[in-house]
Ligand binder design. Structure first.
Ligand code: NAI
Ligand code: MG
Length: 342
């Protein structure tokens, strides 16, 4: 039976780069069926519901979900993200947000010293708890006594499984980045899970870094890093640093996975980029490389590698959009990748 991919272009440049990625993947002739779900800000503004239950069912029934970006300057209601990204990540329990960063071409590195440039690392961001659950509240809002509680959650279940995933994909080393001295309660729980994972993987080199030191070392000595695991907010920030080291958001892919159930939702690291939406300047490479992660997940490792290699070659030849040093439009940059695939 054909594998079915549920596609949610979403908002802004998501509606430009996702069709581009689908065009390239479709050209590989893998018999994938693409089911486009038109959830987004437009509909949320009109009806208050961004994604119907029926559409959500199409997402959960699919073999994989390919998503663009959720976010529109006109929408400030947190219900919008909760109904879309939050619901998909939450109900499918996509606990590992895997964000690889590999420098495709030397000239894209912001690092002066060539010896620091071989960037090829993966940030594994815990994706279901940490600081991003919306747990908390506001007391006496609007008064001088206004008090906000934004709570951090770490569970033994959640932390041990994401650390286990980091160990499972390590090539040379795992780093755990945290802040145990300033967050001793969560720190102790992460430490317990870390010690257990290390005992279970005695052959994998592993070290701990404070989150701030990790951010610094990623810039001063990026070749040193392989896999970095961190709680949700820390991982969010570190993965943007990694994207910057590897040439920018226009190139950065990501996968939201539940390695236990095999479910996955694939989305570029970038958002809807309202500043360039509709101008033809959106780089499709992040979405295309995200498609490569999806193909590997769906059981097409050779095609995934070919897609990644084609995207890398197009960028190296500067057949890409201006953010990566080229002068092509989204459509032309997409064609440059497709052409390399024959
Ligand atoms: P953003 O990632 O959309 O844009 C940041 C900067 O990078 C902008 O200057 C943009 O033009 C540039 N950029 C991003 N992707 C690019 C691409 N493919 N090609 C060329 N340039 C690119 O982040 P921002 O501006 O903070 O957020 C915009 C909206 O997106 C917000 O509503 C935000 O909440 C949402 N967002 C959604 C995410 C998601 O759906 N997972 C992730 C991040 C932001
Ligand atoms: Mg982010």
């Amino acid at each position: 039976m054909a594998r079915r991919v549920a596609v949610v272009p979403g908002d802004g440049i998501g509606r430009e780069v996702i069709p581009a990625a689908v065009r390239v993947i479709g050209g590989l002739g893998l018999g994938l069926e693409f089911d486009v779900v038109a959830a987004g800000a437009e509909r949320f503004l009109a009806t208050g519901q961004a994604l119907s239950d029926d559409e959500f069912g199409r997402l959960t029934d699919a073999d994989a979900i390919l998503l663009g970006a959720i976010g529109d300057p006109r929408v400030t209601d947190p219900a919008y993200t909760a109904q879309t990204l939050g619901r998909i990540r939450g109900e499918l329990d996509l606990y590992a947000n895997v964000r690889p960063a590999r420098l495709l071409d030397q000239r894209l590195s912001p690092l002066r010293d060539p010896g620091r440039r071989p960037v090829d690392l993966v940030v594994v961001r815990e994706n279901t708890e940490g600081l991003y659950t919306s747990l908390g509240g506001r007391l006496r809002p609007g008064t001088p006594a206004e008090t906000a509680l934004q709570q951090h959650i770490s569970t033994y279940h959640g932390v041990s499984r994401v650390i286990a995933h980091a160990f499972s994909i390590a090539r040379t080393e795992v780093v755990m980045a945290g802040k145990a001295n300033a967050m001793p309660h969560a720190g102790a729980l992460w430490q317990r899970c870390w010690d257990e994972a290390r005992a279970a993987h005695p052959g994998v080199p592993a070290r701990q870094l404070a989150i701030d030191a990790c951010a610094l070392h990623m810039i001063t000595d990026p070749p040193r890093f392989d896999v970095i695991v961190a709680e949700n907010c820390f991982g969010d920030i570190l993965s943007d640093i990694a994207a910057g080291l590897a040439g920018g958001l226009g190139l950065a892919p990501s996968a939201n996975l539940n390695p236990g159930t095999g479910r996955g939702m694939f989305e570029p690291v970038h958002g809807s980029a309202p500043d360039i939406a509709g101008t033809g300047a959106a780089n499709p490479v992040a979405a295309i490389r995200t498609g490569a992660l999806m193909l590997a997940h769906l059981g097409f490792p050779a095609e995934a590698e070919a897609l990644e290699a084609a995207a890398a070659d197009a960028v190296r030849c500067r057949e890409c959009t201006p953010d990566a040093g080229g002068s092509l439009s989204t459509g032309q940059a997409t064609a440059a990748v497709a052409r390399r695939l024959g």
